[in-house]
Design a protein around this ligand. Sequence first.
Ligand SMILES: [Zn+2]
Length: 225
Amino acid sequence: MGRRFEPCRGRQAQIVTDACSVQEEATALGIRCYTLLDATPSTVTLTHGTNVLLGDLEIALKRYEAAIEAWKRIETQNPEFLALVADRLINAYKQLNKAPEGLNLLRGYLSKYSSLDVLNVVFTCVLEQQGAEPAYELVRDEMRRSPTLLGLDKLLEAQLLETPVQRRADLELVKNLVHQHTRTLAMYRCENCGFRARQYYWHCPACGEWETYSPRRAEEKELPA
Ligand SMILES: [Zn+2]
């Protein structure tokens, strides 16, 4: 188990921690401190994607606008992490009855930073707000820009929506086949030990290292940026 112990240095604007002992130190230094777990033996200060967690904490307090502001700042910190919050962002906008505004924001992110997770969320929103045809066009254009098997999976899903019932069976067969093959491509991978996981981890359950997962899916990692 290799863990880093980070003392409070008094320079942080906010601290996200998984240990309650840090709270006392943070309080003494007058730093805002968020504790993620009730109790743990050590403290780790995350260096990447901290605003992902800050947004989650705002959501827990039902402060949707504050959550959106926290997540938007990810763009200037490390835009790769926007992939982790795309669905959370749109849900926060929906809570504020501003779904079209959320969709505009995410379309902007998608055009700047190609991401399968952002594409998935934008696809669902376009489908809800504008219908099957624009949703299909979105995925088709994105596939031309960045062809991946995961994108193809999405494209076939979009195509199925537009296909007459009597011609659906063949396409469904192809889609299911592609989907089977993309299951492992859609995983997150620990850069320290190679462990693959369906969910994103800050703390690898296999090797115990912190922040060793890229927010990009395995297939995306192998593509040129
Ligand atoms: Zn690992």
